[in-house]
Design a binder for this molecule. Structure first.
Ligand code: GTP
Ligand code: ATP
Length: 597
């Protein structure tokens, strides 16, 4: 649908009555009531599911990110300071800026993990490394590092991930070496920081090559991201991007759009694949704001009048009581309102006005068996008047992908449509993690024929396992069936634990590798067991004068086999001492400096 048509569709929905406003840019509210079997439900508690969203729009830009083009800061003093800070113990170093102390205590008051020894030490190292560096907004650079780490802390990530979140820009922007980080924080943290750097570099190249505009290529790049790095590095990169997107205001419009395009095509779907829906929705809403500002404003002001969180909470309470009266026990009842971008996309996809979208407010009930689902449906239709034509029985007639659920739309509070989904715990497991998984449903048929789903499921599992908040809402922890294999107690793993984090993919299909040549990045799909020579046959610019690097190491053997996520660079033999990437950056910066922005 053309933007003008969307604007019209948004307008058409503008007559809804005024109700409680959502926070701007806020991801969908999600409320969960556990069955009385759980402590939360026994206490009648409603709580936000997954991480609580925070969408403060207060700071501007960072690392790989928004304030581009960023001349790489290789300031020897900051690098020296940072190395010195690394060498010290974890006490605040003499000369540490007072504003650093304020940032640290602010972070500690929000998240206890900032009191952890490793995390505090990482904070001081980041403080020393970034001292004096400012963001485009004029805020201290360190603020971005702290906010990135805070997002990870909010998910319940452990000390290594939060420490790496604090240090994520020290290699690229403060000249700290892998060795220095590894010596002080261990190879685990250093690998994560390096992993984030690698992802940032590819992301930068993707923006320069406008990869986001080629859907297929963007899909493949996401797959490469998941394949090439530890899932936790991807998580840190996502946190980095989310904070940068929240603070995009200070940048020129053209760069805002460039970041928003890339985020919408690559990072938001990545968050979806990782199962961090709250981040996915925040990222999408922010992209929407920068890419379609008029439609965003219009839809946002209409939704201010329309979103009704209290109604969802009241509906959950009412249904809970009714189920109790009938003696029906359930696993969970959850509610959410649809995010702004999801509404916008559905309107565009289905050419509908806002008031024709019936699932803006939704509730989902998970029960033990089919019979209980149908009884619950009766109860629902008894509690609220149903909207004709909106009932779907995907239990009796499952969707081709196996998805099963009952869907109905009722009129809550007499005027507001409320979508209610009713399913068993096994159906829910299928809908979240099986072939009918929600992320696959959202991506449509793309990606589904390769080994990608297997890899995504693996990465989702690792990330879920690593983050307490996500773990709590994992179906296995809702006793939705036995875990597939024996697992350790959260959050530690035995050495041979199958769920310990490691790069693990089960590739049976083709591999994806990145080829960098002549300032161009492409994602190449090759059969298993392909060699560097096979890849070079596809390179338009290859001649024997060029040197080759595979994952930053010079290559001597062209028959070396490639694996998923490898990065192959063709380097001009006259390359500058700083390496191809830096020369590339220099040329790019020069071009931007001379071209009108
Ligand atoms: N995980 C998963 N969820 C699904 C799938 N199909 C539908 N859903 C969920 O069910 C909701 C409604 O789907 P349908 O009842 O088929 O409705 P629709 O065709 O999208 O159109 P509307 O009735 O306008 O919402 C979706 O918004 C999803 O939340 C699926 O294959 N997998
Ligand atoms: N009625 C509901 N109750 C509770 N959660 C829901 C309900 N409907 C969808 N969800 C969940 O809300 C999240 C956001 O879904 P969203 O509304 O953006 O898309 P969708 O409903 O799945 O798809 P579509 O836009 O295609 O209708 C998903 O995790 C989805 O499973």
């Amino acid at each position: 649908m053309a933007p003008a048509a969307i604007a019209c569709a948004v307008k058409c929905g503008a007559h809804h009555r005024r109700i409680s406003p959502p926070q701007q840019g806020h991801a969908a509210l999600e409320l969960v009531a556990r069955a009385p079997a759980t402590a939360a439900a026994a206490a009648g508690e409603l709580r936000p599911a997954r991480c609580r969203s925070q969408t403060s729009m207060s700071f501007a830009r960072a690392a790989d990110s928004p304030a581009e083009p960023r001349v790489p800061c290789r300031s020897p003093p900051s690098a020296r300071r940072a190395r010195a800070a690394l060498a010290r113990e974890d006490a605040p170093p003499a000369g540490a800026a007072a504003e650093g102390a304020v940032l640290l205590s602010g972070a500690q008051s929000r998240h206890a993990i900032f009191r952890d020894e490793l995390v505090r030490k990482a904070f001081y190292a980041a403080e020393a490394a970034h001292r004096g560096q400012m963001r485009v907004s004029g805020d201290p650079y360190l603020q971005h590092c702290v906010e990135t780490a805070a997002l990870l802390a909010e998910l319940g990530a452990g000390p290594a991930v939060v420490a790496a979140g604090l240090l994520h820009d020290t290699v690229d922007d403060a000249g700290l070496g892998y060795g220095a980080i590894s010596d002080q924080f261990g190879a685990g943290v250093a690998d994560l920081v390096k992993g984030v750097s690698n992802l940032s570099r590819l992301s930068k190249l993707a923006r320069r090559n406008d990869t986001a505009s080629r859907v297929d290529e963007a899909d493949k790049l996401r797959t490469v991201f998941l394949a090439m790095e530890d899932a936790r590095a991807v998580l840190i990169k996502l946190a980095d991007r989310l904070h940068n997107m929240r603070t995009l205001d200070s940048l020129p419009k053209i760069k805002q759009q460039c970041f928003a395009n890339e985020t919408l095509e690559i990072f938001a779907p990545l968050a979806n694949q990782l199962g961090i829906l709250n981040w996915k929705e925040q990222l999408e809403n922010l992209c929407f704001k920068y890419l379609y500002p008029e439609q965003y404003e219009e839809l946002s002001s209409n939704l201010l009048e329309f979103y009704n969180r209290d109604m969802i909470a009241a509906a959950i309470r009412r249904l809970e009581q009714a189920l109790q009266v009938r003696g029906l026990s359930y696993h969970t009842i959850s509610g959410r309102h649809k995010s702004m971008y999801s509404i916008y996309s559905k309107m565009a996809r289905k050419k509908l006005a806002m008031d024709e979208i019936y699932d803006i407010h939704g509730v989902r009930v998970i029960l033990e068996n089919k019979a209980e689902c149908f009884t619950t449906l009766e109860i629902v239709h008894h509690l609220w008047p149903r909207i004709p034509g909106k009932f779907k029985d995907y239990i009796s007639s499952p969707k081709p992908n196996g998805y099963q659920s009952l869907h109905t739309v009722v009129l809550s509070e007499e005027t507001l449509p409320l979508e209610i989904q009713i399913r068993t715990k096994d159906m829910h497991l299928q809908a979240e993690f099986g072939i009918a998984a929600h992320w696959r449903y959202k991506e449509g048929v793309r990606n589904c024929s390769s080994s990608v789903p297997e890899m995504v499921e693996w990465v989702r599992w690792v990330v879920t396992w690593q983050c307490e908040t996500l773990h709590v809402y994992h179906p296995y922890s809702l006793s939705l069936g036995a875990p597939p294999r024996a697992i350790c107690t959260f959050p530690s793993h035995s050495e041979d634990c199958p769920f310990a984090y490691s790069k693990r993919c089960y590739h049976s299909g083709p591999i994806l590798v990145i080829l960098l040549e002549n300032e161009k990045m492409s994602v190449q799909e090759l059969p298993q067991n392909s060699t560097i020579l096979d890849l070079l046959k596809r390179a338009s610019s290859y001649d024997m004068q060029l040197r080759l690097r595979l994952n930053c190491h010079v290559v001597h053997n062209l028959n070396q086999e490639l694996k998923m996520g490898d990065v192959v660079e063709l380097i001009p033999s006259t390359s500058c001492p700083g390496g191809y990437a830096r020369e590339f950056q220099r040329r790019y910066d020069h071009r931007l400096a001379v071209s009108p922005s």
